[in-house]
Design a protein around this ligand. Structure first.
Ligand SMILES: [Zn+2]
Length: 235
């Protein structure tokens, strides 16, 4: 690598250390000609494999462009797009693969985009998943509606959580919120019938119900006190 100051093609490594949690190596170099110092960084280039068999370096810009198109006319600013692209890249890099299929990049976009803007999400999903009929949209919309019901319950958890977490540092609250977000994600994947049951449950139980969400037993009704009463009366 040429010295950035005098273009001399030779340099000496003075120091090298891992950076970015071990995903990169930084080398401090000294130019053998002018003696000035500079730093280089070496990291694995994440490659994206296309269906055609062509591979190309992962580019965050490409994600931003694709999502921006889906967000046309929606209240989504450039900063939000940048954060989304960063999240997608983090998700993909966390898998530790040197190459990833392009459709997996698309999949990694869907989750964060759904949180960002549901209309944009529907647009993106309709192209990406190749929606062919109104039924495809209807199915997707009913999943989104089910997620809304669950989100309302999760807000109850959040309210309960922050009430008990009074005086804790921001970081801790952030973690709790992340957990709630994960819970939402899990339930969004649940079949529509389960979501329907959830929706049909009385509001006064929503707090009890919400507390059960983190365990996988969203559909269980045994813990409802009113049902236990009924069962006792029947006996
Ligand atoms: Zn130099």
């Amino acid at each position: 690598m040429h010295c950035p100051f005098c273009k001399n093609p030779d340099s000496r490594v003075i120091d090298s250390r891992t950076a970015d949690d071990g995903t990169a190596i930084r080398r401090r170099r000294s130019c053998t000609e002018c003696g000035r110092r500079f730093t280089t960084q070496e990291s694995v280039i994440l490659m994206v494999g296309k269906r055609s068999g062509v591979t190309e370096p992962f580019a965050r810009d490409k994600i931003i462009r694709g999502v921006r198109r889906a967000c046309q006319g929606r209240p989504v600013g450039e900063d939000k797009l940048a954060i989304l692209a960063q999240r997608v890249e983090d998700t993909i890099r966390a898998r530790g693969c040197a190459e990833i299929a392009s459709h997996e990049v698309g999949l990694a976009i869907l989750g964060p985009l759904r949180e960002l803007d549901e209309v944009a999400y529907l647009r993106f999903a309709s192209v990406y998943r190749g929606f062919e009929s109104l039924a495809d949209f209807e199915r997707e919309i009913s999943l989104l509606r089910a997620a809304h019901v669950d989100a309302r319950q999760s807000q109850t958890i959040e309210a309960a959580g922050s009430a008990s977490a009074k005086g804790t540092i921001d970081g801790v609250e952030g973690t709790a919120r992340d957990q709630v977000r994960n819970t939402q994600h899990t339930v969004r994947e649940a079949p529509a019938e389960t979501a329907g049951q959830t929706a049909a449950r009385p509001v006064r139980n929503s707090q009890d119900t919400a507390r059960q969400v983190p365990t996988e037993t969203v559909g269980q009704t045994a813990a409802r006190p009113d049902l236990v009463d009924v069962a006792a009366r029947v006996r």
